[in-house]
Design a protein around this ligand. Structure first.
Ligand code: ADP
Length: 215
């Protein structure tokens, strides 16, 4: 919504400006005022994009040793209300001997939040069952794997290769930025993020990050 709003306002104002210009006697004061609004909206859109870029920036200073199991539990606690509202049950399968990883806590929290929000939205459109399954595991030789699986509507194979593209969305109020930001964050951590179809329908998003090697 935040980025659509200034873009929509630019479109409306461009139309308005060309109407003021197209009058038998063009009203240049109105044109000038409208151009100023376009200018402001364009800067607002630019600033928003700037803040999204800052969010995925590779800034080594914010990277610390992290226990992804803790992060999963934290994000689940934050989303508890949303999960209950949608009557989704959670199945956790966390490897208690999971190696630590190294990363930007807020960015990785954002990834988990995005994946879980998408899972909830996919299940909200379906009846039962509604199960969010989150798994962690050590990935040989030197990685940590997290899997977020849902029993939602699944992903049409026709669009599967586009869902990570920026601005690709199938939701009427979607922005299509969530997954592209998730992928940028994970790849910025030298990891990989991918999706596959769930065994009983739904989708499984998985990512692998390098384990934190003591240096
Ligand atoms: P948005 O959520 O704003 O649409 P995303 O980049 O997060 O943006 O997702 C892009 C698209 O990928 C969604 O519109 C949806 O079609 C599809 N998608 C993402 N996650 C899931 C999921 N868990 N189940 C089914 N489809 C999904």
């Amino acid at each position: 919504h935040e980025i659509r709003q200034p873009l929509a306002s630019i479109v409306t104002n461009v139309d308005a400006a060309s109407r003021w210009m197209g009058r038998p006697t063009p009203d240049l004061d109105e044109v000038k005022a409208t151009l100023e609004q376009i200018h402001n909206s364009a800067y607002r859109a630019r600033d928003l994009i700037g803040s999204i870029r800052a969010m995925v920036k590779r800034d080594e200073r914010n990277r610390t040793a992290l226990d992804l199991n803790d992060l999963v539990r934290e994000v689940l606690a934050l989303m508890e209300g949303e999960l209950q509202r949608n009557r989704i049950s959670v199945e956790l399968d966390l490897d208690e001997h999971l190696p630590l990883t190294k990363g930007d806590r807020l960015q990785l929290q954002q990834v988990l939040t995005n994946l879980m929000t998408n899972a909830i939205e996919a299940m909200a459109e379906k009846k039962w069952p509604r199960i969010l399954r989150i798994k962690s595991a050590a990935e040989e030789p030197n990685g940590v794997l997290i899997s977020v699986a849902d029993t939602g509507k699944g992903i049409d194979p026709k669009i599967a290769d586009r869902i990570f593209n920026p601005l690709f969305t199938t939701k009427s109020n979607g922005m299509g930025l969530g997954l592209s930001i998730c992928r940028s964050i994970i790849e910025g951590h030298d990891g990989r993020l991918w999706v596959s179809a769930g065994a009983e329908g739904g989708s499984v998003f998985q990512f692998v990050l390098p384990a934190n090697v003591a240096s």
